[in-house]
Design a protein around this ligand. Structure first.
Ligand code: ZN
Length: 395
């Protein structure tokens, strides 16, 4: 992650007409760090030549990055008769790490990610959500547990992203709408009561979408559709999450499919949520989606008919989103990991609905992150913040 995502705005940022001395120094530092991230290792001379910077500027910044612990230097072994071995500087992916928690009705997933967005450790715990102090202690224990299991140095930990079902207020301090699990009005401070690091409270769909966009260097504008026990989503424009003026910019589940149709938990009737949430499928196989898709793959005729109707409704939803945003669309949530095999079938249903005869294969994607997108995305908020701000200079 990182380097490829920073390129679109780079040329303008580096226009000296708009930059003061501090901006230029910060920009040089970021370019050197980005170059090392891309190359993994480089000498001072290579960096100076490639980035067209003076050797003293490169030296000063490499010293700064080394002192921050973000890079290391070592003698590079090169068989060159008569010459000294040059010093090579190496990028350290786990110079900092971040922790992400994914809280749902029945489980807690914890992950640790490095500065490249690679998952260092993943822990799954089956634990029913409860709105009480004991549960908050469990969250604190999960954080300490994964730190111990991954052998992390505490000073390297940037923070803990806590992803929950529910809309988060713009301040990031409390759950504005928490009807999926009973967390309405709960605060970041409550969730963080037994966590001794910086925390952020994040809407689960926004976290999952963020994880996808960070790991998709070729996609900058996207709608992430989360098909879980409820339907949510997030929108990204130029790699940044778009929240709108209210808090409901991505509530795709409450677009209307059938006027006066099935009741929705929101109080309205006929929302897509009632037709495309994952429980529409899992409820037919004892609450287990794996069993549903197992039986579907083994030719269960009844499930095949239901799945066909599900895809038909999903095609309508995807078509409407495409008409509104014109962006890539990523299918995630609980259904996301199963959708790959059925994308061609879904694409046919979408393509016949297109008013412009476009082929959905060009914009429709299954999620890349199959198991831990939410926890990973929650942690990545800290990584991106660090990469955006850690190298800024005011001198
Ligand atoms: Zn609804």
């Amino acid at each position: 992650m990182g380097a490829a995502k920073e390129s679109p705005g780079h040329a303008e940022e580096r226009n000296p007409i708009h930059m003061n001395i501090a901006d230029i120094k910060t920009d040089n530092r970021k370019r050197i760090y980005s170059y090392l991230r891309e190359q993994s290792q480089a000498t001072k001379q290579e960096i100076a030549y490639t980035l067209q910077l003076s050797l003293p500027t490169v030296t000063q910044n490499l010293t700064y990055l080394t002192e921050l612990g973000l890079i290391s230097c070592e003698n590079k072994v090169i068989n060159r008769a008569g010459g000294r071995n040059p010093v090579a500087y190496s990028y350290i992916p786990d110079a900092r790490v971040a922790i992400g928690l994914d809280i749902t009705r029945h489980h807690i997933k914890s992950i640790v990610t490095d500065l490249d967005g690679q998952i260092i450790k993943y822990v799954y715990r089956r634990k029913d959500y409860q709105r009480n102090d004991d549960y908050l202690k469990v969250l604190g224990n999960e954080v300490e547990n994964i730190i111990a299991m991954a052998g992390l140095q505490r000073e390297k930990i940037l923070g803990v992203g806590i992803a929950v079902p529910g809309l988060i207020d713009r301040t990031g301090e409390y759950v504005y709408d928490g009807r999926v699990i009973d967390n309405h009005g709960m605060t970041r401070a409550e969730f963080s009561r037994y966590i001794s690091f910086k925390t952020k409270l994040i809407h689960d769909s926004a976290a999952a979408g963020y994880s996808e966009i960070v790991h998709s260097p070729d996609i900058h504008n996207a709608c992430y559709v989360s098909l879980g026990s409820s339907i949510g989503g997030s929108v990204f424009i130029n790699d940044k999450v778009y929240l709108g003026d209210g808090l409901f910019s991505c509530e795709f589940g409450h677009l209307n499919l059938i006027p006066d149709g099935l009741p929705c938990y929101c109080g309205q009737k006929g929302c897509f949520d009632s037709y495309c949430n994952s429980e529409v499928l899992s409820s037919l196989t004892g609450g287990d989606l794996f069993t549903f898709f197992d039986r579907l793959n083994n030719g269960d005729e009844k499930l095949r008919t239901i799945w066909d109707t599900y895809l038909q409704n999903l095609a309508t939803l995807i078509t409407e989103i495409r008409m509104m945003f014109g962006s890539s669309i990523i299918i995630g949530g609980e259904i996301g990991p199963f959708i790959d095999k059925y994308l061609p079938q879904l694409q046919v249903k979408i393509d016949v609905k297109s008013p412009f005869s476009e082929k959905s294969a060009s914009f429709l994607h299954a999620c890349r992150n199959k198991m831990e997108a939410i926890a990973s995305g929650a942690a990545l908020y800290f990584v991106q913040e660090f990469l955006d701000t850690a190298l800024e200079t005011t001198d």
